[in-house]
Every structure is written in C-alpha cells, then in structure tokens.
Design a protein around this ligand. Structure first.
Ligand SMILES: [Zn+2]
Length: 110
C-alpha cells in the first residue's frame, strides 16, 4: 500500500488535506474540504488526478505525476473517463443545439 498527502489552498483559511491511497487495483482519494467531507466530488482531488499541481502548498507537487500513474486500471480511472466522455458529448450536443437554433432563425427569416 502506498500513500501520498498533499495540502491544497482552497477557500478556507487552512489548506485542505488530500490523501491518495493506492492499494493493488484500488485507488482511494480523500479530501477534507466541505464537498469531500460529504462524499461529494471536489475539484481538489480531480485536479490532482488530472495532473494539475496548481494550488498545492505542500512541498511535494512533483508527486502529482505519481498519483496520475496510480490511476491506471482503477475504478476511479473508469469513472473519470466516463465523466470526460459525457462532458465532451455535452459540448457536442450544445453545439448541435446552437446550430439547430441558428437554422430555425434562418428558416424564419427567409
Ligand atoms: Zn476537496
């Protein structure tokens, strides 16, 4: 089992503590921000999983890449990929919707 802890500056006075635990095929990420405390998604964990080290105030920002490497083959990776795909298709749908609105506007003006 491997474990890494990061401190990230958030909206609170004290930095949030984010702990990643890699145990075999399982990756656990814990954050003590308000969202994380209620088991909701928070950007602090997702940012690190995305390889972003912005906001990290602990001196181990270079270990973000280690956490990213822990993602491979985990449930977290699968769920993150699913989210990214849905975000992409949402953007595609939004573009298609805007195109349809423009087309309707054009149709009404000719
Ligand atoms: Zn958080």
């Amino acid at each position: 089992m491997q474990e890494l802890t990061f401190l990230v500056k958030g909206s609170a006075k004290e930095p949030y503590e984010i702990i990643f635990i890699k145990d075999g095929d399982s990756l656990t990420a814990i954050c003590n921000c308000p969202a994380g405390t209620y088991s909701n998604l928070c950007k602090h964990r997702v940012n690190i999983l995305d390889g972003k080290s912005a906001g990290i105030s602990s001196d181990n920002a270079d270990q973000v890449s280690t956490v990213v490497s822990w993602l491979a083959g985990t449930d977290v990776e699968a769920a993150l990929l699913e989210l990214r795909q849905l975000e992409k298709s949402r953007d595609t749908d939004k573009n298609a919707l805007n195109d349809a609105k423009r087309k309707l506007a054009r149709a009404m003006n000719t």
